[in-house]
Design a protein around this ligand. Structure first.
Ligand SMILES: Nc1ncnc2c1ncn2[C@@H]1O[C@H](COP(=O)(O)OP(=O)(O)O)[C@@H](O)[C@H]1O
Ligand SMILES: [Mg+2]
Length: 372
């Protein structure tokens, strides 16, 4: 999607991918298959580019620093990436800025995990500080049995109480090379099994809450000197806002911006990293809903078998289907967010071969926030 936005601006793109079958390699003819965490490979790739940017954060900052020292321009810079790369640094940054986060402890061995569980009690949540996404790397510890399954910890974990989350919100900020800031509308996100299912824009929240969400995200973007899009995820617990997670890249919670905003997150990311002026981030429709197409056990149904629903746009990524994998999304724009959500959910469900739509606002949306 970044490539498609760049193409519209006549910007030449070369992609470094680990897999010739990746979605990006399917659309962009100029791709290199190599290891982005290998310094020589990254340097070789970066040498031919005016600027290098990222669409995920599974990168090693030591490698980034060294490539940057070799006069390659990375945007965001290695120093920005380092501050937001893993869940531990993200929480540290947010705390330094005196913003509320869930109470948490870090654990790198079994004793520290046990101490954290003693402090918070059951149920607790443990999250891999690196490499997790879509709830992968997030585990609920409901009792001693779950704790005892971890005789050894392979990496660093963030441990926190399982919170009675009322709502989840997200917002994306785009920051230019010269510090220009633009912020997209605050959205509400709905997850089940730790995966984001749908995003509703704009979130119907009190204006003061939306202001705080935007203010927090802008302050985080400034403080880490990000160039490009930064997404911030929030929990609302007991009416209080908490920062959960940051992502230094274009983000699933802003895919709706392609149809619903004056300039999409993808175009604005390209603009930002090239040092161009940014475009307006306003909604151009009253409401929009994006629902992810999450693969089930079967291949996707051919689009030709599905009757078009007028307000819905379908985006399929050409990825191999695997149960639980995001393989596309649908966006519906219009007036009535509740109806748009039903329609978007229904089309997404039809694509994965479920004849019935996922009921909107089902209680499972909240109670199954994380995988057991
Ligand atoms: N402490 C928690 N209490 C309750 N639910 C949680 C907690 N932490 C995460 N979740 C749920 O799991 C989802 C994924 O967790 P998150 O921290 O965002 O990790 P990631 O997105 O990297 O998988 C969240 O959006 C939320 O629904
Ligand atoms: Mg998340």
């Amino acid at each position: 999607m970044l490539y498609q936005a760049a193409m519209d601006l006549n910007v030449k793109v070369r992609i470094l991918t680990g897999d010739a079958n990746s979605a990006a390699a399917q659309v962009c003819p100029d791709y290199v298959v190599d290891d982005w965490n290998n310094e020589t490979a990254l340097r070789r790739f970066a040498t031919g580019c005016e600027v290098v940017t990222f669409d995920h954060e599974l990168v090693d900052t030591r490698v980034l620093r060294s490539v940057e020292a070799g006069r390659c321009t990375l945007r965001p810079a290695a120093s920005s990436m380092q501050k937001v790369l893993d869940k531990a640094s993200q929480r540290r940054l947010v705390r330094e800025l005196h913003m509320p986060t869930p109470d948490y402890l870090l654990a790198s061995d079994r004793d520290a995990l046990q101490a954290a569980v003693l402090r918070f009690g059951y149920p607790a949540v443990m999250k891999a500080t690196r490499g997790g996404y879509d709830g992968r790397g997030v585990h609920v510890l409901s009792g001693d049995e779950d704790l005892n399954a971890w005789s050894d910890l392979p990496s660093e974990w963030l441990v926190e109480p399982l919170l009675p989350i009322e709502r989840e919100l997200a917002v994306q900020v785009v920051r230019g090379v010269d510090g220009e800031l633009r912020t997209y509308p605050v959205v509400e996100t709905y997850q089940s099994g730790g995966i984001c299912r749908s995003v509703v824009a704009p979130a119907i929240v009190p204006p003061e809450l939306a202001d705080t969400v935007r203010r927090f995200a802008e302050a985080i973007a400034e403080s880490c000197g990000i160039v490009g899009v930064l997404a911030v995820e929030f929990f609302v617990v007991g009416g209080e806002l908490m920062v959960n997670e940051l992502a230094p890249r274009v983000h699933n919670t802003a895919h709706y911006t392609v149809e619903a905003c004056a300039v999409s997150q993808f175009e604005n990311h390209v603009r930002a990293v090239l040092g161009w002026p940014l475009g307006p981030t306003d909604l151009v429709v009253p409401a929009a809903v994006m629902t992810n197409v999450i693969a089930g056990p079967d291949p996707l149904r051919p689009l030709s078998e599905i009757r078009p629903f007028p307000p819905v746009r379908v985006h399929l990524y050409g990825k191999q289907t695997r149960a639980g994998r995001k393989v596309g999304h649908v966006t519906a724009c219009g007036d009535d967010a509740a109806r748009l959500r039903q329609t978007a959910d229904r089309v997404a469900a039809m694509l994965v071969g479920e004849s019935e739509a996922v009921p909107s606002g089902a209680p499972s949306d909240r109670s199954q926030g994380v995988r057991a």
